[in-house]
Design a protein around this ligand. Sequence first.
Ligand SMILES: Cc1ncc(COP(=O)(O)O)c(C=O)c1O
Length: 395
Amino acid sequence: MMGMVDYLGNERELLMIPGPTMVSPRVLRILAKPVLSHVSGEFVDGYVEALKLQNKLFGTEGTPFMLSGSGTLGMEAAIANLVERGEKVLCVENGFFGEKWAEIVEGHGGVVDRLRFEWGEALDLKRVEEKLSSNEYKAFTVEHVDTSTGIANRLDKVGELAKNTDALYIVDSVCGVGGMPVKMDEWNIDFCLTGSQKAIAAPPGTSMFCLNEKAWGAIENRKTPISDYYCNLTRWKPIMENPRGYFATPATGNVLGMLEALKMIHEEGLEARWRRHEVFSDAFKAGIEALGLGQFPAKGSEAHTLSVPKIPEGIDDADMRGLMRIKYGVIIAGGLGKLGGQTVRVGHMGNVTTNDITATLSALEMSLMELGYDMEPGSGVGAAEKILTTHMTEA
Ligand SMILES: Cc1ncc(COP(=O)(O)O)c(C=O)c1O
């Protein structure tokens, strides 16, 4: 098509999906290094340091695990190790990823009780409390950020309820850790997991999770053996304590790439990083509102790591995303599951800069205009700029 620019060839695309996210050249340079022996001093020391930084990132003194695999490996590890056949698990669901837990629990012989909320609605803590007070659950699962809807659940508030129950509090923070506060120990979280490819801004392929003493107690007191082999955490624990040992070969490059990403996070400082994500999220969401687009998640419960705008009547979301990508080199994601066609998902986490926020809004505006949407050019970008400049003076 005349006038179309396909950015695929020039390596200048802006990847604004909710993971994988853009990886800093600093991390990419580490990934490009020659492969090291998995028992070399350089690798082992790097693994030890990465695991220490992981603890800080999760806000815990529990045991950190950094294994090859995606976020889903952490979900499976939680259930395969903590839950035995016939034991009950409460799955708290308010989106696509929350609903995944039931399948994993059933796959491992657990008995699922689903506590369902509408997609994008905040959790009703009273109902969570009522369920937990029955004390019939071995564990309960909660999403931090459900990436399908852009909702952020109040892990701290759920943690207050977790204090009064024997059930293990399992959290999926694949789309939270590194972009929003996670304080495992303070919030009574017993098992928390994340992936490498979102707010941590490393490539996909590394699964990270931490377990506290209560979770280890459940493993030690199992009546039946853990049936998984690779995913059996008692086999991995000695390696996490001393990475010079061997159980299965670690992805050496990914671990050292992760170390660099974790160093970058801690150089920025956790508080500063969480604040940056909050400001960028506010700016992006203000831009969306100024364009007259609604937002999917319940007001006041929006995640800082992504936004989920609703698509205006008469606009085809695939056309809009296509224009953004082909003409302006900005890639955003479509709606997930039943939200396909009604919403799009924009990730603004990890290494994102102010420029990325305004460029994405600008590409969105130009694409909407071309599709005939009635709006004032620059209104979204302008609304975002007001918030972004305030942040720059605050910094
Ligand atoms: C909230 C959430 N949980 C779990 C997952 C699964 O992670 P992975 O695709 O890395 O296995 C994702 C992936 O997008 C996610 O967003």
